[in-house]
Design a protein. Structure first.
Length: 233
């Protein structure tokens, strides 16, 4: 005969072994009916406001500072430029190769010696995104190519520019950079006075100075067949 127990409601219930009682616990209580209450309807906007208030309440208050916010148009303190020097030996192919190598660069400046020039005696720009600064003479032996985004910040220093020298200054309002490209004719003495003038001008303008040159200095150390006086200087 099976055993039975009696609940509070005097309803007989079959006894389940302890091992099964641990897994299946019968619900011996009577569920009380719940009274239905009208459900509050909250709009999406109200729920967002409530969530926003609770979030702001949970977060710690930030200390107010009087430090001014830097504007997005603030100019950088330093200019970062890449300056390359190239002797093109008046070759159009060398100019074309150089144009391909710098395509897409927005910070590369090329100082050129013996550049290729057209029949009119002028030097064409390397591509549409570059601009050429050159002496106002026929068949110049120096020129400087800059990206067009620097054109408005660049000035040709005419009193330090001639057929064998091109000197420019780039300024962003905070910093000045002076760049000089010099070709030194092998048949002439080095013009030390010109270099002194460029150095003095840079010091006066508080400019960082970069001088690139084709000095025609020959030495066996860098592949020349002979060594000359300039190569040992």
């Amino acid at each position: 005969m099976e055993d039975f127990i009696t609940t509070k409601e005097n309803i007989p219930t079959k006894v389940i072994p302890k091992t099964l009682q641990q897994i299946h616990k019968p619900n011996t209580t009577t569920a009380t009916p719940r009274t239905t209450q009208p459900r509050a309807v909250t709009s999406t906007k109200q729920s967002q406001n409530i969530q926003k208030k609770s979030t702001e309440k949970d977060q710690p208050k930030r200390k107010q500072t009087n430090h001014p916010v830097a504007p997005h148009h603030k100019k950088p303190k330093h200019m970062y430029l890449q300056v390359l020097q190239a002797n093109l030996q008046h070759k159009k192919g060398a100019m074309d190769t150089l144009s391909i190598n710098i395509k897409g660069s927005s910070d590369t400046i090329i100082t050129m010696t013996e550049p290729y020039h057209t029949k009119s005696g002028k030097i064409k720009r390397l591509n549409k995104k570059t601009q050429i600064f050159q002496p106002n003479v026929e068949n110049p032996r120096t020129a400087i190519s800059i990206p067009t985004n620097l054109e408005q910040h660049t000035t040709l220093i005419e009193d330090l520019t001639d057929r064998d020298t091109t000197t420019i200054q780039i300024s962003n309002g905070r910093e000045n950079i002076m760049i000089a490209a010099i070709y030194m004719d092998q048949s002439k003495q080095i013009d030390e006075e010109k270099i002194k003038k460029i150095t003095s001008k840079a010091r006066k303008n508080n400019s960082t100075l970069i001088i690139t040159t084709d000095s025609n200095a020959h030495h066996e150390l860098w592949g020349n067949k002979t060594t000359d006086t300039r190569g040992t200087a």
